[in-house]
Design a protein around this ligand. Sequence first.
Ligand code: G4P
Length: 543
Amino acid sequence: MPDSAVTAVSATALDTALAGHPAGLRRTFAIISHPDAGKTTLTEKLLLFGGAIHVAGAVKARGEARRARSDWMKIEQQRGISVTTSVMHFEYGGAVFNLLDTPGHEDFSEDTYRTLTAVDSAVMVIDAAKGIEARTRKLFEICRLRDVPIVTFINKMDRESKDPIELLDEIASTLALDITPMSWPVGSGQNFKGTYDLAHDRMLVFDASHRERIGEVMKCEGIDDPKLAAALPKDQYDKLAEEVELVRGGYPTFDLDSYRAGHLSPVFFGSAYNNFGVRELLDALAAWAPPPRPQPAEPRAIAPTEGKVTGFVFKVQANMDPNHRDRIAFLRLCSGKFRRGMKLSQMGTGKTLSVNSPILFFAREREIVDEAWPGDIIGIPNHGVLRVGDTLTEGETVKITGIPNFAPEILRRVRLEDPMKSKQLRRALDDLAEEGVTQVFRRVIGGDNIVGVVGELQLDVLKTRVEAEYGVHIDLEPAPFETARWISAESKADLEAFMSANRGGMSEDRDGSPVFLARNAWELGYIAEKSPKIKFSDIRERA
Ligand code: G4P
């Protein structure tokens, strides 16, 4: 939840505080959307503008081809690809962008949620023919928890779309968000002629015969400019003139503070596939998207201008190189100037590590960097020391808050084919739990490994990776449990009494925290009612 001290910082105060500071140039963001709305296509076009890639098609397979199970596994097995695309660093318009990828498949939503804790803003891509879809809405709600500012891009205007006014009303009412159209579409599908830039009074002309070419700009003296009337079919011009009047009167004007507070979203219309409207979107991000905000932490929030380095790990990717059991922890820097070779302390364990090979990720390659600033994401190769949720500092004891673990919705018992391999299995499950692929719970009685996932696809990935990367063959059997809850109590004695009275359902997670496994929702409800001193939680932040 937002920290009041954090949300109280006004846009202007934040910009002033960061003026002249390299952190002030950082724009760290993610794209949220429902599958197929065009996130990958838009990512690719943003990178083209940022000069990070030079040919379309370089990011990864699009659409169904990518999400198809076999393809996904293939991509995951070629570890390099998915990792180089999970964070992308590029520059454009004087700003330094860090674009964080979020997995498209809903089974990986946990990973997505955690990634969203590491961004300062988001772009919401909406398919113009479909409007707000389930997953967009869910991701939007996650952003709202932290008041993450959102720019909306209504995509695929080159196809038949919903009526733009209806679309805007749908966004505003479904998401309870103020919106300000920044551009206005002229037609859609076969009749798409371009967009009218409401802020600058100019027409961005769409030419379907030159798909990759950025639209020509026609400067106008307002909507009544005869040039505009001459360039458009009469019915389309009349409609545009009428709608522009309506839109200008009917929606609030763009307000930076309101956008930065997450209350208002500027809306752009375009077509990612045709590279249309993408530059305007990027310009808007460079101009308005927030630089790093103060980061909620205990016992105090961390300001990006502070001299000492702090950061937190929001993602860990293991076995990127199968020959070395290495893994990369993705650290979001929150303050200070990071320098290669620095020693950072890991909160909670008291360990110190020297970061000698910090990696910065570009679309196609990665480079060892000598320095990085708040907002940047660096990859830290390590041997399993760093975990999701970890805070790293130069020594001060602070803990960055708000990086959750979610209770799994599917539980399975792991059966080992070769009992001699139990040690390897334990290691594999711990590694993958650490990466956030699955969660693992060890039963207090019998020591069975129960794995928990949010979606079925994660089970396939788990099985394949345990076999491919650790040489251990497993079966995933139905578990006698359906629900997992982290438990806590004010008094240790109450907690222990509960655990000994319910030993059959007790387990420990990877960190040794107690987790109660219930046979079904009814049993959970029954036991929770009987145990008023115990708190049952379906989200856990790493302590
Ligand atoms: P996602 O990451 O959000 O899942 O979407 P992705 O970019 O993969 O796009 C989904 C499909 O929508 C792709 O088609 C893509 O080409 C298409 N698309 C994206 N933007 C636009 C646009 O502005 N206009 C039109 N007409 N289509 C767009 P596909 O058939 O699945 O893949 P492909 O054969 O085009 O590669």
